[in-house]
Design a protein around this ligand. Structure first.
Ligand SMILES: [Zn+2]
Ligand SMILES: [Zn+2]
Length: 230
């Protein structure tokens, strides 16, 4: 589709310009075969509030970052391999329109575009790239993805016990498994989820029990697999 652009001067210049904007805070982006397809500002739903972020769509990765000076300086670069991405369109909320979720195994988040047409274009371009990559590698679309974090403002009380009221002294925490906003008492446990991190992560009590159960079940079936005689 766009492979004929891969070795053109204009493509190299555009990628170099993106690298320049991120400066030392970013990774090198020029890789043989990589094509920059487009860029734009999307609103990303973050923990505290929605924030504008600059997004660059390449034929194999999606790059985004914070805007220091538009078209000049960006930082906090994130690189998402498109092979790992699935998309889900979401209904409008009172504050946010034209939303969709970008889901990956490590992290999932919600973005919104300025118009419905813009959302349509982003989604169709993203999906075309993902399809192209999966065809090339023969991989299946990923089915497992990290739960997106529910924004802090979405709730004043713990979403597990529904008793604890949050305040300046009573902090909000996030379960890394379900993404719910929970109180300290409801998220005392840590669990190792290698897909997300090499360190055990905070999980809510409900997810902890479910994760333990799944772990037990899978180790039991593994034991059965190695000792078929008993
Ligand atoms: Zn609680
Ligand atoms: Zn949870």
């Amino acid at each position: 589709m766009v492979d004929h652009l891969a070795n053109t001067e204009i493509n190299s210049q555009r990628i170099a310009a993106v690298e320049n904007c991120f400066g030392a805070s970013g990774q090198p982006l020029a890789v043989p075969g990589r094509v920059l397809l487009g860029e734009g500002i999307l609103t990303k739903e973050c923990r505290k509030k929605p924030k504008p972020r600059i997004f660059f769509l390449f034929n194999d990765i999606l790059v985004y970052g914070s805007i220091v000076i538009n078209k000049r300086k960006y930082n906090s670069q994130h690189i998402i391999p498109l092979e790992d991405v699935t998309l889900e369109t979401l209904p409008d909320t009172l504050q946010m329109k034209n939303r969709w979720m970008i889901k990956t195994s490590k992290k999932s988040f919600v973005v919104s575009a300025a118009s419905l047409t813009e959302r349509k274009e982003w989604i169709s371009h993203l999906e075309e790239c993902i399809r192209h990559l999966l065809t090339k590698t023969g991989r299946q679309p990923s089915t497992e993805h990290a739960a997106p974090w529910i924004p802090d403002k979405a709730t004043d009380i713990c979403m597990r016990c529904t008793q604890t009221k949050f305040s300046t002294l009573t902090r909000r925490h996030h379960c890394r498994k379900c993404g719910f906003v929970v109180c300290g008492d409801c998220s005392r446990q840590r669990f190792l989820m290698p897909r997300l991190s090499p360190k055990p992560l905070r999980v809510c009590n409900l997810c902890y029990r479910q994760l333990l159960l799944t772990q037990k079940q899978s180790s039991r079936s593994q034991n059965q697999a190695v000792s078929p005689d008993c």
